[in-house]
Design a protein around this ligand. Structure first.
Ligand code: ATP
Length: 280
C-alpha cells in the first residue's frame, strides 16, 4: 500500500490527541480567517476551520498549494494578525500579539541592512536591556551554531543568500524562543544551499528542543524535516491530511533515498499535482 495512503488514514489530530494535554504547546482551534468583509465580493476566505494540536518540541511542516493560507496561519500563530473565528492557544493561553517566545524566519531574511551579523543577532537582546557582555556571549554561541564564525562583522550585502539566512536563523534563536516559525525560509536559495540548510535546521531545532512550524512548497523538504507533515487543502485552507514521519533523528542525507521517504514524496506529489497544476 502506498505509504501516504496508509499514513493519511491516521486522523490528523490523532498523533497529538494521544499526547498528554500538558505536552500540547500550540492548540489551533477551528481557526478561520477572512480578508475583507465577509459576504462582500472582495472577501477572501483564506482559512476555514483549521484545527491542529502541536506538541512541545514537534517539527511540523505545513505543505500546500500556493494561496491555501499557510502564511496566514503562521502569521496568526506569530500574533501578527488575528483570526476571524476560532483561537490559537500557546500553553493554554490565547495568542493575541507577537512575543519573544515565538520568533519568525522569513524567506527574504528580513535582516537589518545597516547592522552587522553580530548586531542583527543581538538586536532583540539589546532591546530587552540585556548587558553587552551577555548578549555578545549568546551571539558568539549562535554564530558558531549556524556556522558563521569569522563573519560576525559582515553586513548583509556582503554575504550570500545562504549566509544571510543563517544569520536570520541565529537572530530568531537569540531570544531563546519556545517556538520557531519559518515561512519558506529556503525558498530563495539555490538547490545545494537549500539542502545544506535543511540538514542544519533539522539539527539545530532538534538539539535546541524547539517547536517548529515550517511553511514550504517543497514536498521533499517538508518530509525530510518534519515529525509530521500537515497538508492543507486549496483555499479556503483546511487541514486535509497528515503524514507522520518515522525517520529517526538526526536526519541525514542518506535518508532521502530511504524507500519510505521516496515513496512518501512520490505519493504526496501525486496527491498535490492536480492542485499545483491548477495554481500555475
Ligand atoms: N492582506 C491580505 N488581504 C487580502 N487577501 C490576502 C491578504 N493576505 C493574503 N491574502 C489572500 O489569502 C489567501 C491566502 O494567502 P497566504 O499568503 O496565506 O497563502 P500561502 O499558502 O502562504 O500562499 P503562498 O504559498 O503562495 O505563499 C490568498 O488568496 C491571498 O491572496
Amino acid at each position: 500500500m502506498a505509504a501516504t495512503a496508509a499514513l493519511a488514514s491516521t486522523p490528523f489530530q490523532g498523533h497529538a490527541m494521544h499526547a498528554d494535554p500538558a505536552d500540547i504547546q500550540i492548540d489551533i482551534r477551528n481557526v478561520g480567517k477572512v480578508y475583507g468583509t465577509k459576504g462582500q465580493d472582495n472577501a477572501v476566505i483564506a482559512l476555514d476551520g483549521v484545527t491542529l494540536k502541536i506538541r512541545r518540541g514537534e517539527f511540523i511542516s505545513l505543505l500546500g498549494p500556493s494561496g491555501c493560507g499557510k502564511s496566514t496561519l503562521l502569521g496568526i500563530v506569530a500574533g501578527f494578525q488575528a483570526a476571524t473565528s476560532g483561537q490559537i492557544l500557546q500553553d493554554g493561553r490565547p495568542i493575541t500579539k507577537p512575543g519573544p517566545s515565538r520568533t519568525v524566519v522569513f524567506q527574504d531574511y528580513a535582516l537589518f541592512g545597516w547592522m552587522t551579523v553580530q548586531q542583527n543577532i543581538e538586536f532583540g537582546l539589546k532591546a530587552k536591556g540585556m548587558p553587552k557582555a551577555q548578549r555578545a556571549e549568546i551571539a558568539r554561541a549562535l554564530v558558531a551554531t549556524v556556522h558563521l564564525t569569522g563573519f560576525e562583522n559582515k553586513y548583509p550585502h556582503e554575504m550570500s543568500g545562504g549566509m544571510k539566512q543563517r544569520a536570520a536563523i541565529a537572530r530568531a534563536l537569540a531570544p531563546d524562543p519556545d517556538i520557531l516559525l519559518m515561512d519558506e525560509p529556503f525558498g530563495a536559495l539555490d538547490a545545494q544551499t537549500r539542502v545544506l540548510l535543511q540538514e542544519e535546521i533539522a539539527r539545530i531545532s532538534s538539539d535546541a528542543g524547539k517547536t517548529v512550524i515550517f511553511v514550504t512548497h517543497g514536498i521533499d523538504e517538508a518530509v525530510f524535516l518534519a515529525d509530521r507533515v500537515v497538508v492543507m487543502s486549496p483555499r479556503p485552507g483546511r487541514v486535509r491530511e497528515e503524514v507522520l514521519v518515522p525517520l529517526p533523528r538526526p536526519r541525514t542525507a542518506e535518508m532521502r533515498s530511504d524507500p519510505w521517504f521516496v515513496s512518501t514524496v512520490n505519493d504526496l506529489w501525486e496527491t498535490l499535482k492536480p492542485e499545483w497544476q491548477k495554481g500555475e
